[in-house]
Ligand binder design. Sequence first.
Ligand code: C2O
Ligand code: CU
Ligand code: CU
Length: 486
Amino acid sequence: MNRRELLVSGSSLLAWLATSGLASAANAEVVAGKMEEDIRLPPLLDGRTGPIRLEAKAGATVFAGGAPSSTMGFNQSYLGPTVLLRRGTIPPVRVENGVDVPITLHWHGLTVPSSADGGPGTEIAPGAGRDVELPIRQPAATHWYHTHVHGRTAPDVYAGLAGAVILQDDDEAGIELPRTYGVDDFVLILQDKRFDGSGRAVYEPGIMDIMHGFRGDAVLVNGQLRPIAKAPRGLVRLRLINAATSSPFDLSLESGRPLVLIGVDQGLLDAPIEVDRVLLAPGERIELLVDLGQGEERLMAASQSSSMGMMGGNAGSAVLLTLAPDDGREAAVTSIPQRLPTSSAVAIAATGTRRRFVLDEGMGPMNMVRGLVGGSPVMTINSKRYEIDRIDFSTPVGAKEHWTIAANQMAHPFHVHGAKFQVLKNGGREPRPEERGWKDTVLVNGEAELAVSIDAETSEGLPFVFHCHILEHEDAGMMGQFTTQV
Ligand code: C2O
Ligand code: CU
Ligand code: CU
């Protein structure tokens, strides 16, 4: 038997061991029975003109009816406020830890010095706080923030230590786009959850969840199941953030009408692209326009198996969100802009230093044995497990590099801090529409070629990390570090 066959045959037994009792009929009822309610957007926290204060708190949240779940959030009981940022400002940020586990606050997508980035080296102990300044020097985009403590990122992000960022600039403001928060501009933070029979969200990943990625019973939007967003009968802007620990979501409209893709991780595309579906991997963001001119639309999500067929393809599509026209209000924008303001059209040449990173789930079968005896799996990049004191490479700020990322065993969403990249090839093909433009996270299928721009400086001896954004993999060691010099 080769290693792959061993992995597959081991997985049938272990899949049963790991999942028995989880997808019970009771869960299905919890998930099916929930009434649709109006969407609740996270409150805005305006960092354009004032300081940003975020405090991690513990709370209890009712998700799908039934019993409350233990959750965490920033300034509230689950998730955090949407932080508004503006290019050209340097807001002061105060983070306080009011929960009983260590946290960090990582700004996913912001290219800021490593002292402000909030990576694993910037732990804040329970009861403590940290002050940073956040220099905003990049284009308008949708980003997010989340805790990033090595070994506990998955459970703590699942519990809710995450929030959205809307970064604005003059170029974006000059384009006719919907931008009234909660009226025609919606932040949608996606997390899938598993429910026990009482409706409580649980996170007890088995070894197979850690190996192949944790999949929930339902996908929640800002903590709500199938909410309704009422909006004027015109264009609606959706800012989607995949904050799931490991599920990629395949998004489409139930009507079959196209989605209009206007932005990816690091900003707007140079022109809108009509697509039938988009795939959003953990860590990625997209901005879409949906036209309510024809009436109600339903945004659907299928939770895709990322293990390249090994676990049996896609789960069925389920309604994520209903967009309902509200004729009491006049639409601000009714026609799709032809051009969008961006520099992202210019692909950077794939020259410069070449690096190759192999993302691997370690010794697959050995990890399963470890799991059976209660150990945790070991995952690696270039055969090395993450260590907080090891620096894997060093490079100048401003460097343009050519990276090859190889994903073993399954598709892995690769993410890098302090840098951005363009996808040149992924799985031997041209990038999909949602893989165009500047990105910081990409679901690598087989091998991907990236043109990387190193944009931020490491400071105070803190490196940047690069890792798999399947948070279970990251926690198991699929992460490395680098420093930059000005
Ligand atoms: Cu979204 Cu290193 O993180
Ligand atoms: Cu990040
Ligand atoms: Cu991975």
